[in-house]
Design a binder for this molecule. Sequence first.
Ligand code: FAD
Length: 413
Amino acid sequence: MRNITTVIIGAGQSGLAMSKHLTDYSIDHVLLERGEVANSWQKERWDSLRLLMPNWQSRLPGYVYEGNDPDGYMSMPEIVDYLKRYASLVGAPVQSGTLVTRVCRVDGGYEVTTDRGSWHCRTLVISSGACNIATVPALSANLPRSIVSMTPMEYRNPGQLPDDGVMIVGASATGVQLAREICASGRKVILSAGEHVRVPRVYRGRDIKWWMEVIGAMDVRYDEVDDLERARRLPSLQLIGSPERETIDLNGLRKLGVEIVGRFAGLRDGKAQFSGSLANHCVLADLKMNRLLSSIDAWISANGQDSRFDTPCRYEPTDPGPQTRLSMDLNDGSVKTVIWATGYRPDYTWLDVPVLDRNGRIRHDGGVVQAPGLYVMGLPFMRRRKSSFIDGAGDDAADLAAHLNRSLYRAAA
Ligand SMILES: Cc1cc2nc3c(=O)[nH]c(=O)nc-3n(C[C@H](O)[C@H](O)[C@H](O)COP(=O)(O)OP(=O)(O)OC[C@H]3O[C@@H](n4cnc5c(N)ncnc54)[C@H](O)[C@@H]3O)c2cc1C
């Protein structure tokens, strides 16, 4: 059993940002990583994915993008390289190829069991990711056997799919990107859309991510929002990072030939049933987009900067089509694949400490878990709206490392 002050589980951006701050406090620590640095970006994403935020926004503590394409969007190999360079720059003590199989509470801290021996630590940071498992609705079990059922974590490119139609369930960032790519491969695509968040890629000449930062939306704190539970469950923005800085939304997908249907609500005898709420979801998404654009316009005017940016504009309301169908027979052979772009969740099957709620989520207050010396990083809206993004890891790690340092200091006093 090796002794150390802090174990960090996971060497993605969250674990690395925490490591940097612990090093600054001279707290001895190790990062236990089942794969290599940036494992999730390397192994769990599809081939064509690019980051949704511009390169300049991929900031980490003491590290900024210095390449020649600040407004571009990194591909997966690029973000993996970027994080590996960061790990070596900050000298992160990563023990790769080490799977954590159990964490339990013991005298004076935690025992961390791995497939390469055990560690005893006084404090523990869980930065094992918020997206370890793709969420698939229970009704998927009733799909006809002839249908290939797949998650975005298994999807790499259209070449691995049968030639026939593909139904994609979920119209957030993952779903709309896969719909576009698979449609471009010549396959018929049906996209099932429930609640979604529509935004333009560029507004008044600037990237939407730039605007969200400038107007302060990304820094909103978890103790400032009225309904935190809802804020943490909101779907991701319909965005794609493409060199052309293109906007992706239901109107654009329809023009490419994608058929839009409502939320996948039921499946009986091989017949998929879609909710009739599609039009409402589209109206709501348009309303929210316009509210965001109005906040941007208001910020520009309030700061007397109208002449600096393009003139305001509004976009065509979403038109899901004249007659969206409410059911579809999945036995008729027209669809051979269903991809569940219905979200992700963390995996804590190895965590043997009673800190999970009935949905299997960690109970925490801004990342401070209800167990002495235990912290979590990288969850949606954990301390700020940006918590689960690359750019959010630094501020959260600074706060939590300061808390962790104080707790060690108090214990020693
Ligand atoms: C499809 C997709 C696209 C995204 N696009 C963006 C984007 O464009 N911009 C952005 O800012 N964010 C994006 N995100 C959100 C977020 O930034 C990523 O999920 C990111 O990988 C989270 O970083 P992390 O360090 O918190 O977790 P991860 O990167 O998941 O790192 C966790 C690490 O823990 C390791 N691990 C897990 N369990 C164990 C264990 N038991 N033992 C040892 N090691 C373990 C994993 O191997 C992994 O390396 C995206 C997420 C997804 C799913």
